[in-house]
Design a protein around this ligand. Sequence first.
Ligand code: AMP
Ligand code: GLY
Length: 441
Amino acid sequence: MGVIHLVPGFQPAGATIELEKLREGKVLVVGGGGREHAIVDALSKSLYVSKIYCAPGNAGIAAKAECVPIGDHDIPALLAFAREQHVDLTVVGPEVPLAAGLADAFTAAGLRVFGPTQAAARIESSKDFAKGLMKKYGIPTASYVTFSDYGAALEHVRKGPFPVVLKYDALAAGKGVVIAEDFAQAEQALQDLHRFGDGKVVVEEFLTGPEFSLMCFVSGTEVRPMVIAQDHKRAYEGDRGPNTGGMGAYSPVPIISDEDIRYAEKEIMEKMAAAMVQEGCPFQGVLYGGLMKTPDGVKVIEFNCRFGDPETEVVLPRLKSDIYEIFRAVADGTPIPEPEWSDEAVMGFVMASKGYPGSYSKGFEINGLEEALSDPDVKVYHMGTVRGEDGVVKTAGGRVLMVLSGGKDLLQARDKALSAVRKIQCDNLFYRNDIGWRVLS
Ligand code: AMP
Ligand code: GLY
């Protein structure tokens, strides 16, 4: 019997449909954190997906995907694996392999890939490139000056005003941005940033206001926005302490109006997608706008070339559409189906190793994961875990778990997620109690 083509959800009267026939797609997800767990979870609901691999994955992802021991930076090994296993679609989580040309290598080999080319990934991998495009195309952002010479940068900041924002030009794993309150801090920050290498440094105007993340599925000039989310970058309660990869997130973000969102979609995300086509580096994948609602309107803080982490963990659970269809359309350059979203609220708490974002130890046993999942609205996405040879799940990273819940509103989502967090026992984890404080207090 041949393959039966059908529209998901539509079954002609009298027809015996074997849904398994639709499940043709073998997918490889590249990465091994909470973002990739959320992507794997969304793909596992697809009518089209028969098999999910994840490289390298983690202990939680292993419940829904076959984890393969290939590092997410090892492009030749990933390519060989995708070829050997006849993978139909590769979805890339992290920015480093994209900036290193993973999508270019896969496309050149005739393999379907969801993620931007190296040239398009510059929107994240070079702050100077991103700022230059925003300036050229009139996309609202903080004013800035770029320096190759750190001495000249120091002379420039001497004049003030403070605070001033200093950004290392290239990828720096979230550690390349410093907000200096005075000249002494700026001098120290410039020395510290210089340690990343001889890259340029961007000196930027300090903006104020609530931040939010707007991620869009983008293929050339076509832009399909996701629902917005808010991340919590600081390590400790009250938004104090060092910047991290993100300690929690929630969606929707009621302090950002629909008008602001529409403005950001049209004047920021669609304009940037069109600009990149114009510049000869069309974007294909997820374009992430890190935005701020300033007293002068919504402005760009940064662009990323991929799904945000931990925003993805609270956004994808709200997606009602089949994500494989969206990924495939973006990768093939065919029209992207309009994603549908649920009205529920989702909030998630990151449980991180004590000491993170500084140095921390690994290998601590985690118990209570099953109990945490006793509420059907709760999900636990693993960010940095391994299963030991004794079968016990252990900590294996800075950020370890993202515990989240859906609810009719953010208050309910928070209460459910927090009670799940409290069921998890581990000697070396901490979390922020106050995720969502800006909208719930
Ligand atoms: P980035 O890695 O560019 O997102 O910067 C990290 C964090 O630094 C952002 O989430 C903001 O909280 C803060 N930040 C970056 N640029 C600015 C700016 N121009 N004004 C105020 N805060 C900023
Ligand atoms: N949550 C911020 C990021 O993914 O860069």
